[in-house]
Design a binder for this molecule. Structure first.
Ligand code: ADP
Ligand code: MG
Length: 725
């Protein structure tokens, strides 16, 4: 039977996809044919312009066309690796191919045949060589090859062939959501062409045309969804909260509110005084004091005799807030309870019944607070912290816990105002653009990997003085390092394995120097170095360089319980050093941690680096952020440069927008918005502004999207926002 509905049909209908394959696809989140067709390449390899070894640049992957002249031969080298070498001739000169643990190439590469080899060319003593190139028989006509995000077992070639089968079978049944008038206005390709061009382009122009359409479509649907979410005419009225009830709490705080905090509180209270539910985003750089703003609003609600809830994305953060708020409200009669996934059953029952009876004024917790059995008596205010971890749907679930409570979402992701007006189309915005007085900016240094011994000595010294430190890595697991280009993993940072005194670390001054010092650069690293994993670094350092310093490991691939346990141990000071991925980015407040080292800093965007840096600088002591990178690229250097000079998150966000385009704001760790599949690849904000304008016009003319030519758009909006939970 020919399938007709890409959104419902399972990929099992495609030839060659059996149960085992389907399982592998499922791990990539691909179940339906639509999932497959909308699974976009993350990059392309250009196989269309083969070079000779002599022509090939040494720093980028290229295609070399060459004939096999000496057959591949394998041998085992020390360490147990099998190395297979073959000699080829590119028409002008010979070159060598080297493969690791892949003796099958002996059968695949036939002597006398010509192939296209794709990889990086380096120079060995006698010949140019390619490490672990991929190859195809030279058929004369090759183009761009899509590279997909992969999971074990699936290669880009397998994904491509499944996509090809799907496009063939469904070519007449692809949903064209964009009205023809819009497609014509912007000269956008139809959906069938766009999908074909994005998966099987012949040139980068093809890719650009396809992306323009797919990105526009995705953003238009997002904007339509947000515009509809902003329509609250169907909601029941909120409890009005008279201002004034917050005054006693503010007076009792151990500090005076900043001007920005005072302004934000009154903006919120002005909203909350009415029966129209507040829907406000509180944006404030890390450490700007968002919690105190929330506390003031909660105090106003409590004085009015109503309930509040504060939801945090992790157990660690929920506990942290609970303790902070118990402190703020210490002198008041406010009854505060904590509810998380690990609250014991008996305590949980007690909290739930007290909550329903109105005996609790403020509930603090994790997702548990939107659980099915949680009922409030009269919930008037719902606050979510670090909202970019929450979906729009979860916010909605929270809202439904009460009689349309006022909603405040707090975010530390500084987004340029122009962008946030669009991205948070359904929210009004308050900004904390002023830091509490007396904060000293975190001292930030950009150094090369040759300074590792000094950095480690510096960390030990700080820890000896009772401080705590973070080391952040771009990868979680060692095995991800292996998936890196073979040529790079070969360059092992071998001294990490050596005990700290061998060779003795060079003497260290009290402070690290602000710029790259004039030291001989390391033999062991090339630029940019291999990306390190938290797991790998943890294993090499914990009993050597940091033997005697309790060290923890934290990354997103660990179970939630383990993560929370490690985080708690660090927060309580039982662990002195935490080696982690960017999971520590959100909200963690450990004032005693005053140093953060960021490995492979070139892998992170400016805003992300700034977030990470914000984990320090929370206590009274001098804090340090050390960015470690050997990257020489202009863009990377500029980011390091900006970080060492700029401390203001909003300035950083503007810089980030300039350097990277707006697409990044739709990335993974994003925003509480539905996950964008391709808008993250947007290079220019104009497409976002255009989509926002168009969405407004469409909604103005057809608020329910009920006209026939909007039917598919409406369905897409529903799908996009239904996906998130
Ligand atoms: P964030 O906005 O990152 O969530 P927090 O609410 O955690 O910031 O506040 C950071 C720290 O600053 C807390 O220790 C808090 O008590 C303190 N703080 C908040 N407001 C002020 C203020 N006006 N003056 C001094 N310290 C403040
Ligand atoms: Mg916070």
């Amino acid at each position: 039977m020919i399938g007709t509905d890409v959104r419902k049909d399972s990929i099992r209908v495609l030839r060659n996809i059996g149960e085992a394959r389907a399982k592998q696809f499922k791990r990539l989140g691909i179940e339906t044919v639509a999932d497959l067709l909308w699974f976009f390449p993350r990059a392309y390899e250009d196989w269309s312009r083969p070079l000779t070894f002599a022509e090939a640049p040494r720093d980028a992957a290229v295609t070399v066309k060459a004939r096999v002249i000496l057959p591949p031969a394998s041998r085992r080298v020390s360490g147990g690796k099998i190395v297979t070498r073959a000699t080829v001739f590119d028409g002008e000169a010979p070159g060598r191919l080297v493969f690791f643990n892949n003796p099958y190439v002996e059968k695949q590469l036939k002597t006398g045949e010509t192939y296209l080899f794709y990889g990086k060319v380096t120079d060995d003593v006698d010949h140019p060589q390619m490490l672990s190139p991929r190859f195809l028989p030279d058929t004369g006509a090759d183009a761009l090859h899509a590279v997909y995000p992969l999971t074990a077992g699936l290669t880009s070639r397998i994904i491509s062939s499944a996509v090809r089968a799907a496009l063939e079978r469904y070519k007449d049944a692809l949903p064209e959501a964009l009205p023809e008038e819009i497609r014509r206005r912007y000269r956008l390709p139809g959906i069938g062409d766009a999908l074909r061009l994005i998966h099987f382009p012949e040139s980068y122009e093809d890719v650009a045309a396809a992306k323009r359409r797919l990105i526009y479509e995705e953003l238009l649907i997002l904007q339509l969804g947000l515009a509809r979410a902003a329509d609250d005419s169907a909601l029941s009225p909120a409890y009005p909260i008279p201002p004034g009830g917050e005054k006693a709490l503010i007076a009792a705080l151990p500090f005076a509110l900043t001007g920005a905090q005072t302004r934000a509180v009154s903006e919120c209270l002005a909203d909350m005084a009415g029966t129209r539910p507040m829907r406000r985003l509180l944006q404030g750089d890390v450490g700007s004091g968002k919690t105190a703003v929330a506390a003031a609003l909660i105090a106003a609600v409590t004085s009015a005799g109503r309930q509040s809830v504060l939801m945090a994305p992790t157990e660690v953060l929920a506990r942290q807030h609970y303790h902070t708020l118990c402190g703020f409200f210490a002198g008041a009669q406010t009854r505060i309870a904590l509810l998380t996934g690990s609250t014991p059953a008996a305590a949980r029952r007690e909290v739930l019944s007290a909550l329903a009876a109105g005996q609790i004024d403020l509930l603090v917790g994790t997702h548990a607070v939107i659980g099915e059995h949680v009922h409030f008596k009269d919930l008037a205010l719902a606050v979510t912290d670090e909202q970019h971890r929450f979906g729009v749907a979860q916010r909605a679930a929270l809202r439904e816990k009460g009689n349309s409570p006022h909603v405040l979402v707090m975010s530390a992701t500084p987004i340029p105002r122009t962008l946030s007006l669009i991205i948070y189309g359904d929210l009004s915005i308050s900004v904390l653009d002023e830091k509490p007085a007396g904060r000293t900016p975190v001292k930030t240094y950009a150094v090369g990997t040759d300074l590792h011994p000094r950095i480690y000595a510096f960390l030990r010294r700080q820890m000896d003085e009772g401080k705590q430190a973070f080391i952040v890595c771009p990868l979680a697991l060692k095995k991800e390092e292996d998936e890196e280009e073979a040529g790079e993993t070969l360059i092992a940072p071998s001294f990490w394995a050596a005990p700290p005194s061998d060779p003795p670390p060079p003497p260290v001054s009290e402070d690290l120097p602000p710029a790259l010092p004039d030291l001989p650069s390391s033999r062991m690293f090339t630029a940019p170095g291999p990306r390190v994993s938290a797991e790998g670094l943890y294993e090499t350092l914990k009993d050597t360089v940091f033997g005697g310093y309790p060290t923890g490991l934290l990354h997103g691939k660990m179970k939630a319980k383990e993560k929370d346990a490690v985080m708690r141990a660090f927060a309580e000071g039982k662990l002195r050093l935490l080696i982690s991925t960017t999971v520590i980015e959100v909200g963690v407040d450990v004032p005693n941690a005053n140093v953060i080292v960021i490995e492979n800093a070139e892998c992170f965007g400016l805003s992300q680096l700034h977030q990470l840096r914000g984990r320090t600088g929370r206590g009274a002591d001098e804090s340090y952020c050390i960015l470690v990178s050997d990257a020489k690229g202009e863009n990377a250097r500029q980011r390091m440069e900006t970080m060492t000079h700029v401390n203001d998150g909003f300035v950083i966000a503007e810089e980030d927008l300039k350097l990277r385009g707006p697409g990044d704001f739709f990335g993974e760790r994003q925003s509480g918005l539905p996950l964008m599949k391709i808008a993250g690849q947007m290079g220019d904000a104009r497409i976002l502004y255009t989509a926002a304008e168009d969405a407004k016009k469409i909604i103005a003319a057809d608020p329910d999207l009920s006209e026939p030519h909007h039917a598919l758009l409406k369905e897409s909006v529903g799908n996009l926002f239904a996906d998130i939970s």
